[in-house]
Design a protein around this ligand. Structure first.
Ligand code: NAD
Ligand code: LMR
Length: 327
């Protein structure tokens, strides 16, 4: 049996946390032979900490063989202590009618503090995955505070968008979901994101030769994927939770699986024409568990370049909006 790894989760008593924690404790995230200790962090609010106790009771009642301990705390210094993975889910969620930009300042303060504490107390091999919105910029903010952990340790989630895009392509083509491959997300986790359909394959053929409705690919497809989060908020009155937890499970599982090719938001370093200092979604290949190389070989046509320019501008604007906070 392997030694347990420590997995810190913020916002653990929230909606995503409720779907996520059983996935971690069951082995879906780190594998069926990897024991875990959950370090659950909530806001210092009585109601949230009380709810967290209930979540921990339910985890106990699941009798997961891989779950070797639960820490519950409202102190991030305790919660991130020696953590191998820090899953930053907790944030103020977007409500009906709000845009992510509205949340930047509120959430920026949280991610500055968490970035500093993670850098100070987490394990030597710590990896950070950010879900709380605006996820790309929150990730950039947390990474900006780290002196010990290098920027590549900080990733933000665009896997939900990849999963959404895969399903939309499969439905349009009338094929099984598993026939759709190599659909990657570029840019921000926001309506400006670009799902690069021209590189996708369906049953081994270029997606554009199977789906010849170019107007749909350029229009309804990109729009449906980009605005899916808002559509779910409009329908449920709350942001996606089960699918977000599932996507984070996929994000981390792919990141610990050498050879996996998947979309994550990383420090762009100028790849695909993104501003070097923003965190942008792009395809990566996992090299060793927790590490990856960006796949830079995809060639973009004019449509793709214009979509990337739009989502890059939004990321640059978001960075500008918090520039005074990250000095
Ligand atoms: P939620 O409101 O149900 O839960 C958030 C939890 O975070 C709450 O329990 C709250 O007390 C806690 N929290 C707030 N500040 C905290 C802090 N400083 N430290 C620790 N905990 C803190 O929200 P949710 O539905 O679970 O969503 C969480 C976040 O994920 C939101 O920002 C949401 O917009 C985002 N989200 C991202 C994606 C994505 O694909 N990247 C998808 C869905 C949702
Ligand atoms: C989603 O994509 O479902 C969420 O990020 C929506 C949101 O803004 O909370």
């Amino acid at each position: 049996m392997k030694s347990p790894i420590r997995v810190a989760v913020t916002g653990a008593a929230g909606q995503i946390g409720y779907s996520l924690l059983p996935r971690i404790a069951s082995g879906a995230m780190f594998g069926p032979d990897q024991p875990v200790i959950l370090q659950l962090i909530e806001a210092p609010i009585e109601k949230a900490m009380k709810a967290l106790e209930g979540v921990a009771m339910e985890l106990d009642d699941c009798a997961f063989p891989l779950l070797k301990g639960i820490v519950m705390t409202d102190d991030p210094r305790v919660g991130f202590k020696d953590a191998n993975w820090c899953l930053l889910v907790g944030a103020k969620p977007r409500g009906p009618g709000m845009e992510r930009a509205d949340l930047l300042k509120d959430n920026g303060t949280i991610f500055i503090s968490q970035g500093q504490i993670i850098d100070a107390v987490s394990a030597a091999d710590a990896r950070v995955a950010v879900v709380g919105n605006p996820a790309n910029t929150n990730c950039m903010i947390a990474a900006s505070q780290a002196k010990r952990l290098t920027p590549d340790r900080f990733t933000a989630m665009v896997r939900l968008d990849q999963n959404r895009a895969q399903t939309q392509l499969a439905k349009k083509a009338g094929v099984d979901l598993t026939e759709v491959k190599n659909i990657f997300i570029y840019g921000n986790h926001s309506p400006t994101m670009f799902p690069a359909f021209a590189h996708a394959t369906i049953a081994g053929k270029p997606a554009t030769s199977v789906i010849t409705d170019t107007a749909w690919l350029h229009g309804a497809f990109c729009e449906t994927v980009g605005k899916r989060g808002a559509a779910i908020i409009a329908a449920r009155g709350a942001s996606s939770a089960a699918s977000a937890a599932n996507a984070l499970t996929d994000h981390v599982r792919s990141l610990v699986t050498p050879g996996a090719v998947h979309s994550i938001a990383v420090k762009s370093n100028g790849a695909y024409g993104f501003d070097p200092a923003v965190w942008a979604g792009m395809p990566v290949r996992t090299t060793t568990p927790g590490s990856y190389e960006v796949i830079t070989s995809y060639v973009m046509d004019d449509f793709a370049k214009s979509k990337i320019a739009t989502t890059n501008k939004e990321l640059v604007d978001e960075r500008g909006f918090v520039a005074d906070m990250i000095k």
